[in-house]
Design a protein around this ligand. Sequence first.
Ligand code: SF4
Length: 252
Amino acid sequence: MTPEAISPFGERRYHAWNEHVKTRYGGRVQKVSVVAGFTCPNRDGLVGTGGCTFCNNASFTPGYLNRRQPIAEQIAAGLDFLQWRYPGTQRYIAYFQSYSNTYGEFERLRACYEEALAHPQISGLATGTRPDCLPDKVLDYLAALAREHIIELEIGVESCNDVALARELQRDPDAVLLLGEQDCTNLLADFIERLSPNILLQRVGSEVPPAQKLAPLWNLRLSELAPRLTAELARRGSWQGCRYRPGDPALR
Ligand code: SF4
């Protein structure tokens, strides 16, 4: 491949969820975070206690969100904020992000989801969970909802390491491998080149409030990461899936 090679995904060079959503729904689909009070097997003792080392729900819980409010009121507060931040957005979906949001008694799950869907400005759900918390009954229910609503299911496949990571880093900074900005960009590009071109990428990075962050201390805003990734792919003359091998089960 050469830098002049033509990307099937245009200038962005990867199969971006944002573009797909605009084409399919005619504009931005914005998530409105809600907290339904679920827990997860790594916290309630079923598998472990204390949660995964890296799990910090406070890092992505918006400041306007009051978890003691009913879901409908959380959505109203979220919409107040988001309509100001993203004016013109037509579609919103309720985002059950914290912990494992299909881990609970089925009727309770259903009540939470349906309370969100009953809001007149909510077009669907995004539900974060883990693969061992998805019984067929829940999957069938979500599939039925998907006939009339936007339904996103986020399945976190993460490692679990009970050793409290922050203390380890403070005790011995060499014990934890930290990527630099360019190393991370290179790794993302390597991965995306090998990823199936059929997979949509919703985001390539995330961030936590500075007060909650120990490392790495990059001089990079989150909004700069995706353009850097695109620039790296362009420099290589590559794009999502250009090195994809369908027989590799890890990347299907
Ligand atoms: S990352 Fe997921 S599985 Fe781990 S503690 Fe957090 S909610 Fe539980």
